[in-house]
Design a protein around this ligand. Structure first.
Ligand SMILES: [Zn+2]
Ligand SMILES: [Zn+2]
Length: 313
């Protein structure tokens, strides 16, 4: 039944109220607004989340890097980011639970989620992600790009050595995981789509499978959550991580949450239902959601209908 909730910690009264209104795991903690490269302001996302029946919602702008980019927030906007969030949290209190986070890049040993400057920020959660590699000249290369551009980058910046690029990517993720300072691994194997376009069949190659499974085992050992990132599901037909690892993650005991990594308000719910169904198929019976300021294991109800039906049973 819908009231069958597993509590991980204490809860607040407002958390209980919002949680009891949930109608099907309608949450998202990975989204980008105009403080970074999102395409609408924070309040537009909140209003759309409300219209979709979401009960808990979080923002995760791209954290500042040591240099300017078109997609990251600058440090001088951080106070505005936090105060706009608090304005909305107060304005919409009782209607939806709002949370504030950041998606923080692992760039190098000096700039990553473990930095004291990030740790000191009053955030509800942090997502750790890798979007950048260094080429042989020590230049920063953005590899979180469309597949055709990725192919050009591998050929031009890394001499066509895809295997090396894949190793560089997972080495950096493992370094990030070792250093800590975050709660959720962002789009854990995102490179798999582009790398598979470059070299079809890659995911079935034993060395690749071994590399990714070792990486997930390390994530499990350190106790991070993994998001099921649905951003590209409708467009590319895959989640990050790829669905083939869901049952492995379940077996490792890794806790998961479903996030749309949306840059547009109207996309916040994209792929959520499909991800929840895939998780159920892999053995998962719950996902992590924030209520009353605590991560809780919430049973998977992947449709409103299913939730209502279970009330009738
Ligand atoms: Zn990202
Ligand atoms: Zn993102």
């Amino acid at each position: 039944m819908c009231g069958d909730v597993f509590f991980n910690g204490t809860t607040s009264e407002s958390g209980d109220k919002t949680m009891n209104r949930r109608t099907g795991n309608l949450t998202n903690y990975h989204s980008h607004c105009l403080y970074c490269d999102g395409r609408a302001n924070m309040e537009d996302f909140v209003r759309f989340a409300l219209s979709e029946g979401f009960t808990s919602y979080g923002f995760s702008s791209h954290a500042p890097l040591p240099f300017s980019t078109a997609w990251t927030m600058e440090w001088d906007l951080m106070d505005d980011y936090l105060s706009e969030f608090h304005r909305l949290k107060a304005k919409y209190a009782g209607q939806i639970e709002l949370y504030i986070g950041l998606e923080i890049d692992y760039l190098n040993e000096e700039s990553n989620p473990s930095m004291i400057r990030f740790r000191e920020l009053p955030l509800d959660y942090r997502i750790g992600s890798v979007h950048l590699l260094y080429n042989d000249k020590g230049e920063v290369i953005d590899i979180d790009v469309p597949a055709d551009k990725f192919r050009d980058i591998v050929d031009r910046e890394f001499g066509g050595d895809l295997v090396r690029v894949v190793h560089l990517y997972y080495e950096r993720l493992l370094k990030m995981i070792g250093l800590g300072g975050f709660d959720i691994v962002g789009h854990a194997d995102k490179m798999h789509y582009n790398a598979s376009c470059y070299r079809p069949g890659l995911l079935d190659e034993p060395w690749y499978d071994e590399l990714v499974r070792t990486y997930f085992a390390e994530i499990a050992r350190r106790g991070y959550q993994v998001e099921i990132n649905t951003k590209a599901y409708h467009e590319l037909g895959t989640f990050f991580p790829n669905e083939r690892y869901f049952s492995y993650l379940y077996g490792l005991g890794v806790k998961v949450q479903v996030n749309s990594d949306s840059h547009y308000p109207e996309r916040i719910n994209n792929g959520r239902r499909e991800a929840l169904q895939a998780l159920k198929k892999a053995g998962y019976t719950s996902v992590m959601e924030l209520y009353g300021g605590e991560w809780k294991e919430i049973p998977i109800y992947y449709s409103r209908k299913e939730c209502q039906n279970s009330f009738l049973e």
